[in-house]
Ligand binder design. Structure first.
Ligand code: 9L3
Ligand code: MG
Length: 151
C-alpha cells in the first residue's frame, strides 16, 4: 500500500496552508541606503519577468534565514550585507511558499543585477509607487517603507 506519511523535512509542502507549517520559506531583503530602498526587476521566470521585488530567494536546508539572505544578496547582487530586524508579517507566494523579509544594511559593494534581475533602482519614499511591484511584495514594501531611515 502507498505510504501517506509527511514528506521529508526539506521537501516543499505544496499543500501547506494555515496550521500546516510554513512550507518553503523565501527570504528577501529590504536593503536601505541613504534613505532609499533597493528594488530589483525580475528577468525570470517569464511569468514574473518585468515585475519588481525585494531581492532574495529560497532558504536552503540547514541555513538560518539570515544566512540565506546574506547568500542570496551576494549571489544576486554581488554585495555583502548585514541582516537587521525581521519585518513583521509573512506573505503567501505560490502554493506552499511564503515570503519573509528582513531589513539589511549594505556593508560593501555596489549592487549589480548579476542573477535573475535585469535592473535595479534605489527608490526614495516618494518613488516607491513608481515601479510595478509583484503583488506579493506590496505589503512587505509598505512595511519596509515605514522603516526607511532618513536620508
Ligand atoms: N518571490 C517573491 N517575492 C520576492 C522574492 C525574493 C521571491 N521578493 C517569489 C518568486 C519565486 C519564488 O518566490 O516564485 C522563489 O524566488 P527566487 O528563488 O526565484 O528568487
Ligand atoms: Mg531570487
Amino acid at each position: 500500500t502507498e505510504r501517506t506519511t509527511d514528506p521529508a523535512p526539506h521537501e516543499p509542502r505544496r499543500d501547506a496552508g494555515p496550521g500546516q507549517g510554513a512550507g518553503v520559506v523565501v527570504v528577501a531583503g529590504a536593503l536601505y541606503d541613504r534613505g532609499r530602498l533597493l528594488a530589483a526587476r525580475r528577468s525570470a521566470p517569464v511569468e514574473l519577468a518585468g515585475r519588481w521585488e525585494l531581492p532574495g530567494g529560497k532558504l536552503e536546508p540547514g541555513e538560518s534565514p539570515e544566512e540565506a539572505l546574506v547568500r542570496e544578496l551576494r549571489e544576486e547582487l554581488g554585495v555583502e550585507v548585514e541582516p537587521g530586524e525581521r519585518i513583521p508579517g509573512e506573505w503567501p507566494l505560490k502554493p506552499g511558499y511564503v515570503l519573509r523579509v528582513w531589513t539589511a544594511r549594505l556593508l560593501s559593494g555596489e549592487p549589480r543585477p548579476l542573477e535573475d534581475h535585469d535592473e535595479l533602482r534605489w527608490l526614495s519614499r516618494h518613488e516607491l509607487d513608481s515601479v510595478d511591484w509583484l503583488d506579493q511584495d506590496r505589503p512587505a514594501v509598505a512595511e519596509a517603507a515605514l522603516r526607511l531611515p532618513p536620508a
